[in-house]
Design a protein around this ligand. Structure first.
Ligand code: A2P
Length: 282
């Protein structure tokens, strides 16, 4: 009899993985400073279109201890609540602690995603109305990319006016292509309805590069140009509802304009006539 040596399986070492890791499934770069990416969606994660989550990467190791901490920022989910993946739209800031790294992610990489969605750019935070405005600057378009693909948007409103203001024409690409594709994609037409997609009125403007419509949306609201261009009456608190997402300065200026027009800010706990959220920056 030969002595049998107990077989010791070389136990596989656990593969290091980020906490709350999700895998990147697609990355699209639009300009030197804008990109979008898609990641896997945690099976148990539910959210309302328009909400945001914290996402990020591990930070650099501490110079003495070598310990790494997650570097997280709030990002609006740009995909609708029915999508089996999650999409995000981001700026790239060369010196930004997170985006200087995040801009280099590739398909197959991992990002950290805390699956606790929150936010006020949701249908529940608005009172019933007839005309819905999405007012955005820069990456503030992201929550509207989600809401524009949600059937509830069209069930609730007769008209959906989407304004997006950026410095240059190329910065409009993500939103412009998304809306154009919505109207051509058979799956989207089937899900949302061709008649419903006709409710979308897209109003892009630039402030630096020459384009068919120039100017800050705040100015175009104040002068009334937005309404006359679209052939709609000025803001009316009894039928108009507004969702706003952009920089802090933009949000403050829009808030003042909404209040001047007699609209009240809403929240999840107390729906109103307009809602605001700051776009992710840095
Ligand atoms: P502007 O070029 O006149 O500053 P940014 O790239 O700085 O985030 O800005 C994105 C877009 O939002 C730009 O077109 C910018 O116009 C516009 N914007 C910035 N601040 C405001 C504001 N307070 N009100 C209206 N539009 C703004």
């Amino acid at each position: 009899m030969t002595e049998q040596k107990p077989v010791t399986l070389d136990k596989a070492k656990p593969v290091p993985t980020l906490p709350d890791a999700q895998k990147v499934t697609a990355v699209t770069h639009y300009t030197d400073s804008l990109f979008s990416f898609r990641v896997t969606r945690p099976a148990s994660m539910r959210f309302r279109s328009g909400e945001f989550v914290m996402i990020g990467l591990m930070g650099d190791p501490h110079p003495e201890t070598g310990k790494q901490k997650p570097l997280l920022r709030a990002y609006s989910i740009a995909s609708p609540s029915w999508d089996d993946e999650l999409e995000f739209y981001s700026i790239k800031v060369p010196e930004g602690p997170l985006t200087s790294k995040l801009q280099h992610i590739r398909v197959g990489d991992e990002v950290i995603l805390r699956p606790k969605p929150v936010g006020t750019l949701v249908h529940d935070a608005l009172l019933p109305g007839k005309r819905l405005y999405f007012l955005s600057t820069g990456t503030g378009f992201a929550p509207f990319a989600s809401l524009l693909r949600d059937p509830e948007t069209y069930e609730n409103y007769d008209e959906v006016i989407v304004t997006h203001t950026c410095r240059d024409l190329a910065d409009l690409a993500y939103g412009r292509d998304l809306i154009a594709n919505l109207k051509q994609d058979d799956l989207m037409i089937e899900l949302l309805g061709a008649d419903n997609l006709e409710k979308i009125r897209y109003y892009p403007t630039t402030t630096r590069e020459q384009s068919p419509k120039m100017g800050r949306i705040t100015t175009l609201i104040e002068t009334g140009a937005l309404f006359s261009d679209l052939g709609v009456p000025p803001l009316d608190p009894s039928i108009d509802r507004v969702m706003v997402c952009g920089s802090l300065a933009f949000n403050l200026d829009i808030k003042a304009l909404m209040e001047k027009a007699g609209l009240h800010e809403g929240a999840n706990s107390e729906p109103g006539e307009f809602v605001i959220e700051k776009a992710f920056v840095g």
